[in-house]
Write a protein that binds this ligand. Structure first.
Ligand code: NAD
Length: 242
């Protein structure tokens, strides 16, 4: 049997990148996986998963999806956006969007899923943060770093409050990972090659991370093998913040 046999999991932002790789890995390990995304068409072809549309910014959309999935053992809150710029570039609308998509989304989904998880005797919640958070100040990642630091706070608070109910809640903090949106950010700089070279240059391993490498960490944290780990920050960054 797989490492997640008998478990029901939900992954947000599963149409591409880390969410997709993780949903497929969870399924390969025997979980019943609900791969969800605001972009339903983007979920087509995802291996071994049930799919559902879920917009993490919309409470009604979350409730509708959860009606289909039923109670969860594993929740991976992967959805997030990467706004660029400093505090001076960050308009009130940018600020509000970053908070809504990166942080309030997790408040909404955890509130909606936790009671059934508790009733089931426990579960594992994974929240996608970043090393650009309370771990490290990264240039031009103002609203991103603020909201990803908030994710760490949310993770620790939930872990502390529900440890007695068998709930584990952990944060995953990647460095730079090769995903479709990373390539978009590199293109948006106007000089793709120079931007890529700069990202690689700050990596001691001289390469970017892979979505499959983050999926392997998520699998461990989701599984019963990680039964003694909760409320922690799990950095996966090729030695960047070492
Ligand atoms: P991505 O940015 O390539 O894809 C994001 C996905 O989120 C898309 O499929 C998109 O449709 C979906 N999405 C957008 N708005 C949504 C909404 N309202 N509801 C549901 N889904 C929505 O994916 P990625 O680069 O793998 O990033 C995934 C997560 O990992 C994000 O939280 C990101 O901040 C975090 N992260 C990424 C990196 C990196 O270098 N790629 C590093 C650290 C952390």
């Amino acid at each position: 049997p797989g490492r997640l046999a008998g478990k029901t999991a939900l992954v947000t932002a599963a149409a591409q990148g880390i969410g997709r790789a993780t949903a497929e890995r969870f399924a390969a390990e025997g979980a019943m996986v609900w791969a969800t995304d605001v972009n339903l068409a983007g979920l087509s072809g995802i291996a071994g998963c049930e799919t559902a549309q879920l917009d993490v910014r919309d409470g009604a959309s979350i409730a509708e999806a959860l009606e289909r999935t039923g109670p969860l053992d594993i929740l991976f809150n992967c959805a997030g956006t990467v706004p660029g710029g400093t505090i001076l570039d960050c308009s009130p609308d940018d600020w509000a969007l970053a908070h809504d998509l990166n942080l309030a989304s997790m408040y909404r989904i955890v509130r909606a899923t936790l009671p059934a998880m508790i009733a089931r005797g426990g579960g594992s919640i994974l929240n996608m943060s970043s090393v650009a958070s309370s771990i490290k100040g990264v240039p031009n990642r103002f609203a991103y770093g603020v909201t990803k630091a908030g994710v760490i706070g949310l993770t620790k608070a939930v872990a502390a409050d529900f440890v007695g109910h068998g709930i584990r809640c952990n944060a995953i903090c990647p460095g730079t990972i090769e995903t479709p949106s990373l390539h978009e950010r590199l293109r948006a700089t106007g000089d793709y090659d120079a931007a890529l070279a700069a990202f690689v240059a700050r990596q001691p391993m001289a390469r970017l991370g892979l979505a499959s490498e983050v999926a392997a960490l998520a699998l461990y944290l989701a599984s019963p093998e990680a039964a003694f780990t909760t409320g922690q920050i799990h950095v996966i960054d090729g030695g960047w913040t070492n």
